[in-house]
Design a binder for this molecule. Structure first.
Ligand SMILES: Cc1ncc(COP(=O)(O)O)c(C=O)c1O
Length: 389
């Protein structure tokens, strides 16, 4: 979808002509008679500001419907609630740590089993399927090792066994990738990241392919109640106005940062789908419209937590913080931060080494970001008792 279409999918207010979407800060709506209303009755069930956001996101992803939740994890939670005790999920092995925690610590004890496989090879999924598999859960690219899975190929496998394919599209954003057009049934987003885009809110989105899935997710959204409030809906809409231009700049910055890291003597591996050496570069190029995202992760030759600590505390523009996708560049050390809830042996198996560092490129000038990283390698070596030069 073009930037023009995105911007003009955001309506002005038909009542007043306000160019920006009004915030309906209300808990309830006056009815003319019981059940006779203007389409809204109670703000958990629906809210006009949320409705605008949900329509915009459905349009962005080419879905039947979209549903806004208080966080990305609440969106993930809503999708898992489609299942019943005894059902099984096959999930990508380096899934976001919070999703791993939700699956293992909450849903496993309610009778839902999850099998983790390396989904970069679709055949691994086919091999893991059982008669109880109801959901296949992938992120592409993954957090944090930027693995790419072939959405079309996996959707064919899901369809052959009547399982639903869920794609966490947080990293690619709807600008690079529209999983529903590649065969997925549901898309989820941490709206906290690229969609919101300014590190000023937490939000989650579920997008559905069919009317029947829309009805089910809408029911769960209202029944469980984890909705996004009107102010945060407004901020998310405002974020979407600049999503296209932000995302493209972040992708350009990441390409330059990845090239810099590749030639640096202290760096061991660089994970970035834009590199021709990346395992599924060709698939990424095709299914992400040639945009490889703004996230890069890398490991150090000195593969220790101490070396990673020295580096992540030495940058100036890349701020040390959880989260990603905002206009300001961020960096984090997943083993101690975003993925701390994943046991070390599971983490290592998924390729998340002790020194793995994740960068989220913002919209600063690429040259400044490269200079910041270069300086951080020297600073860590000079002052922090480690050799990263
Ligand atoms: C890929 C991915 N999915 C889901 C989430 C969860 O989103 P939230 O933090 O908004 O709950 C995150 C958070 O980092 C994420 O990176």
């Amino acid at each position: 979808m073009s930037a023009t279409n995105i911007i003009h999918s955001i309506p002005s207010d038909p009542l007043t002509g306000a160019i920006s979407v009004p915030v309906y800060q209300t808990s309830t709506f006056i009815q003319d008679a019981p059940g006779v209303n203007k389409g809204f009755d109670y703000a958990r069930s629906n809210n006009p500001t949320r409705k605008v956001l949900e329509d915009i996101v459905a349009n962005l992803e080419g879905g039947h419907g979209a549903f806004a939740f208080g966080t990305g994890l609440a969106a993930i939670d809503a999708v898992v609630k489609l299942l019943s005790a005894g059902d099984e999920i096959i999930a990508v092995d380096d899934i976001y740590g919070g999703a791993y925690r939700l699956f293992t610590r909450v849903y496993q004890k309610l009778g839902i089993q999850v099998t983790y496989v390396d989904t970069t090879d679709a055949e691994n999924i086919a091999r893991a399927i059982s008669s109880k598999t109801k959901l296949i859960w992938i992120e592409s690219p993954t957090n944090p090792t930027l693995k790419i899975s072939d959405i079309k190929a996996i959707s064919a496998i899901a369809k052959s066994v009547d399982a639903l394919l869920v794609v966490d599209n947080t990293f690619a954003s709807p600008i690079a990738q529209q999983p529903l057009s590649l065969g997925a049934d549901l898309v989820i987003h941490s709206g906290t990241k690229y969609i919101g885009g300014h590190s000023d809110l937490v939000a989650g989105l579920v997008v559905t392919k069919t009317e029947s899935l829309s009805e089910k997710i809408k029911f769960i959204q209202n029944a469980s109640g984890g909705i996004l409030g009107p102010w945060d809906c407004f901020l998310t809409i405002r974020g979407i106005e600049t999503l296209d231009i932000r995302y493209r700049k972040q992708c350009q910055n990441a390409e330059k940062v990845a090239q810099f890291l590749l030639q640096h003597g202290a760096v061991d591996q660089v994970f970035f789908p834009g590199l021709e050496t990346h395992k599924n570069h060709a698939i990424a190029k095709q299914q992400q419209n040639g945009l490889f995202g703004g996230i890069i992760s890398f490991t150090l030759k000195d593969d220790t937590v101490a070396a990673a600590n020295a580096f992540v505390t030495s940058t100036q523009y890349f701020k040390l913080a959880e989260s990603l996708g905002g206009v300001k560049s961020l960096l984090c050390h997943p083993p101690q931060m975003t993925h701390a809830s994943v046991p070390r042996e599971v983490r290592l198996k998924a390729g998340i080494k002790d020194s793995l560092i994740r960068l989220s490129c913002g919209i600063e000038e690429a040259e400044d970001l490269v200079r910041d990283l270069d300086r951080a390698f020297s600073e860590a070596t000079k002052n922090k008792n480690t050799v990263l030069a």
